[in-house]
Ligand binder design. Structure first.
Ligand code: ACO
Length: 401
């Protein structure tokens, strides 16, 4: 695609497309998404196959560098990440300075941005080598920040893990290790978390990814661009929906489990209530990730011997929506966030940490998109507008207003 001539051909014409519903912002070779058919592929590999067979770091490498790694390449990538899995001791002081009541998404986005101060060489990255170094740094340090964000809230000491355990297992250990107690791996939990992280790893030009690309297009560093993406993810219409879904399901349970009442609220245009975890800008069919996560939720809960009543409430809502003309006409199906919170809760992850887990999964996708944007030498992102405000008017002194 000849972007220069495309740009020249459209020069002088401004399109208005609120929410960018039909506007392509870039060309990309990372993720393929067909919302009508419910297809999602990373670099040509189906999400179903990757979730079943791959390891999170393998998928991270695939997304960022374009090909599945060989054993040697994956080993080097893993070691390079492991070598970066400590953070400056002063970061602890920043974590300590947050009130315990702080929302983890605010904490993790601040910490990610703060890493820039401790790693100034990661800001001006022009060569592929500089980029690689910045990438392994953030992949190494992010799980530490995730764990510390959660532990700070729980009043637990801020420890390091053991990256020889493997990326996902080590993250879980850093989050949950109790003082003076051995950490015992639960393979069911680790395998489910691996799957969830893979399913969240990229989703082309969504709100947070577009934010990362546009922030990075000013040549802000990788960590600052990721921090911007984390802030965008936080909102309940995007990644924050996983927390909102669980709170909604819990509220329905406490209210007696009357799903029909909440279905009616969701359809009532005078009621601001929306069925959280339903609907998607691009999927007008089942979100393929939601299908896999629903199955995983059943398996994980049964393997862990947990009978969570909100799983039944979720299934009842889904069933009612599938047979309700309001949802059918608008093609509103469960999205990735509808069942993920039920699994996170079964793993013992606090509800306010759910979106942080999403951010951890999405990290490789954001990095891949940032790298593609920088290597493609994309121009600075700068949308236009159509001005509808006042025309020129004289200044009125304050005494005359
Ligand atoms: N509950 C009830 N009605 C809904 C819902 C919902 N969850 N989602 C959309 N609708 C309705 C809208 O009211 C609108 O109806 P109308 O045509 O009568 O006005 C129609 O469906 C289209 O909805 P829009 O908001 O225009 O669709 P948009 O593409 O802008 O928004 C979004 C998509 C934000 C995901 C929306 O469906 C929503 O708010 N869902 C709930 C929040 C959520 O689950 N977000 C996570 C998305 S996945 C992710 O980001 C990881």
């Amino acid at each position: 695609i000849d972007i220069k001539s495309l740009r020249a051909a459209t020069d002088g014409v401004i399109t208005i497309d609120p929410g960018y519903k039909n506007t392509g912002s870039c060309v990309s070779a990372i993720t393929f998404l067909d919302g009508e058919k419910g297809i999602l592929r990373y670099r040509g590999y189906s999400i179903e196959e990757l979730a079943e067979k791959a390891d999170f770091l393998e998928v991270a490498y695939l997304l960022i560098f374009g090909e599945l790694p060989t054993t040697e390449v994956l080993e080097k990538f893993t070691q390079d990440i492991c070598a970066q899995s400590i953070v400056d001791e002063d970061v602890r002081k920043i974590v300590d300075a947050f009130p315990k009541s702080a929302h983890p998404m605010g904490v993790i986005s601040s910490l990610t941005s703060a890493l820039t101060a401790f790693n100034p060489s990661s800001v001006n990255v022009d060569s592929e080598e500089d980029m690689y170094n910045a990438i392994v740094k953030i992949l190494g340090k992010f799980p530490v920040l995730v764990a510390w964000t959660m532990r700070k809230k729980q009043g637990l000491p801020l420890d390091y893990g053991d990256c020889n355990l493997g990326y996902v297992d080590n993250t879980f250990k850093m989050m949950f290790k109790q003082p003076n107690k051995d950490y015992v791996k639960n393979p069911i939990v680790i395998s489910a978390l691996n799957k969830l992280l893979i399913l969240h790893a990229d989703h082309e030009q969504n709100c947070s990814t577009s934010t990362v690309r546009i922030a990075g297009s000013s040549h802000a560093g990788l960590f600052a661009s990721l921090s911007a993406g984390i802030s965008a993810l936080w909102g309940p219409l995007h990644g924050g929906a996983n927390q909102a879904v669980l709170e909604m399901l819990e509220a329905i349970r406490l209210d007696g489990g009357d799903t029909k009442k909440y279905m009616a609220k969701a359809k009532d245009k005078n009621d601001p209530f929306r069925l959280m975890g339903f609907g998607h800008r691009v999927y007008k069919n089942f979100d393929p990730r939601a299908k896999i996560i629903k199955k995983a939720a059943d398996e994980v809960l049964s393997d862990l011997g947990i009978d969570d009543p909100i799983l039944n409430i979720a299934k009842a809502l889904e069933q009612e929506a599938l047979n309700d003309p309001y949802f059918v006409d608008r093609k509103l199906y469960p999205n990735v966030d509808f069942y993920s919170g039920i699994i996170y809760r079964a793993m013992g992850i606090p509800v306010e940490m759910f979106t942080v887990m999403f951010a951890m999964g999405r990290l490789p996708g954001w990095i891949a998109q940032w790298r593609e944007m920088r290597l493609g030498k994309e121009p600075i992102g700068r949308p236009r507008q159509i001005y509808v405000g006042e025309t020129l008017r004289p200044f009125t002194p304050i005494t005359e207003r």
